[in-house]
Design a protein around this ligand. Structure first.
Ligand code: FDA
Length: 396
């Protein structure tokens, strides 16, 4: 088209999220001419809303087993070469105050905006061109990658898929990375919403609705995955950190087993109560260890209406087993509209773990959430974005 701009760069990064900005600033500061194309009218929307507005930007306990992938060893190389301390060095350089909240989770003291400002400053230091509100129309490869947008045609020998997954379309997720992977013949591991609340079947959720707002520490297990964190009852089902964590492992049809008294020997507790509180009833006794509303919902069903002194050993055994392994089968998750991340994605077996380059398509890279790597809740997903972005940015 006459008058349409045609510009040449060393690399074009698709997506100005955490991974794209880290890739761009790294390559830019190595002297590469980098263009970042973003369809939103601002970069880093997820960074801005992350961690309740304070951005849980990394975790002190980053280690490969806290990342889910169908190729679990893939993350090792990038994580070993970009650690939480490396990110903290950048944070310190920009004088961003931070604190550890819990379980090694590091948050800004102030606003998540400071993390985005840091990334943009670092991009500026690398002369990165950032173009916002760009609609990508078409991508071709003729030795060079040629990206056509509403505003022009951009060409480079390297292109980075940093456009995330499917989570939260209203923040900009489109699945472009998977479509382009398909175009270039790169396999994609099937995706699912991750770090997402789970819904219970209607007959269960009617009973659970009465518990909405109740939260308690639990140990939840699905298959081989187990998490010790808190669980929250909602109007539709279950949420809270324990459920968000397990949701990334949960698949349709699987049951969750939940220990409602983690670290406690329920049988011994109930047996002791039978002697020491023989005139008390189930609700009063269970509410010593469980939130009152949960004790009210479970007590009569598990231990009957009789006073504790009349409880049989058999009753104690069945009640304690139920408290230690409350089993529910979620109906579905709340979907991509509510999922913090997308599990699955571009198959890491097609990528170099050193550079994030797609082995069969030299010059094409994939980073961040677009790739089949999903971190646990707690700063791990941003850490993967930083580590994979750094690996690609150093290789371009
Ligand atoms: P990300 O999705 O951030 O960026 C992709 C970019 O590509 C976006 O800017 C998008 O608009 C753009 N894009 C998509 N399609 C495009 C197209 N067709 N054309 C052009 N651009 C396109 N993690 C964590 O570690 N700590 C935390 O505190 C939180 N908190 C949190 C809260 C909420 C509400 C959510 C939804 C998620 C989190 N996360 C998190 C997860 C974290 O936000 C996520 O893992 C990273 O943002 C992934 O970074 P990426 O850069 O890979 O994708």
């Amino acid at each position: 088209m006459a008058g349409r701009q045609h510009e040449v760069f060393d690399a074009i990064v698709l997506g100005a999220g955490a991974a794209g900005l880290m890739t761009a600033l790294t390559a830019g500061q190595r002297g590469k001419r980098v263009l970042v194309l973003e369809h939103n009218n601002e970069p880093g929307r997820k960074i801005l809303i992350s961690g309740g507005g304070r951005c849980n930007f990394t975790n002190l306990h980053v280690e490969p087993r806290r990342f889910i992938s169908s190729n679990p060893h893939f993350v090792r190389s990038a994580l070993a070469r970009f650690t939480p301390v490396d990110f903290l060095d950048m944070i310190a350089k920009h004088r961003i105050a931070w604190h550890e909240k819990t379980l090694g989770q590091l948050f800004c003291d102030g606003s998540a905006r400071s993390v985005l400002a840091m990334l943009l400053d670092e991009c500026a230091a690398g002369n990165v061109s950032l173009r916002l509100s760009e609609t990508i129309q078409d991508v071709r490869h003729n030795g060079q990658f040629v990206v056509k947008t509403d505003s022009g045609v951009f060409e480079a020998p390297a292109m980075v898929l940093a456009c995330g997954g499917l989570s939260i379309p209203k923040l900009g997720a489109t699945g472009l990375a998977y479509r382009l992977a398909g175009q270039f013949g790169v396999p994609v591991v099937s995706t699912a919403p991750g770090l997402v609340p789970l819904q219970l079947p209607d007959d269960v959720s009617d009973r659970v609705k009465a518990l909405a707002g109740v939260s308690l520490p639990v140990r939840v297990t699905c298959g081989k995955a187990t998490f010790d964190e808190s669980m929250l009852f909602t109007h539709r089902g279950l949420s809270g950190p324990a459920i968000l964590q397990i949701s990334s492992y949960w698949r349709d049809g699987q049951s969750l087993s939940t220990d409602l008294l983690p670290g406690k020997d329920a049988f011994t507790l109930l047996k002791t109560a039978r002697t020491t509180r023989s005139r008390a009833h189930a609700v009063a006794i269970l509410s010593e260890w469980l939130p009152r509303r949960l004790a009210e919902a479970l007590g009569p069903g598990l231990l009957g209406e009789k006073a504790a002194g009349e409880w049989s050993d058999k009753l104690l055994r069945s009640a304690s087993a139920a408290l230690k392994a409350w089993s529910v089968t979620p109906d579905r998750s709340e979907g991509y509209a509510k999922a913090e991340v997308t599990t699955g994605g571009i198959d890491t077996r097609a990528l170099s773990s050193r550079s994030m380059e797609i082995t069969e398509v030299p010059g094409l890279y994939a980073v961040g959430e677009a790739v089949d790597v999903t971190g646990w809740l707690g700063g791990y997903n941003f850490h993967w974005a930083w580590a994979s972005g750094r690996a690609a940015g150093n290789a371009i």
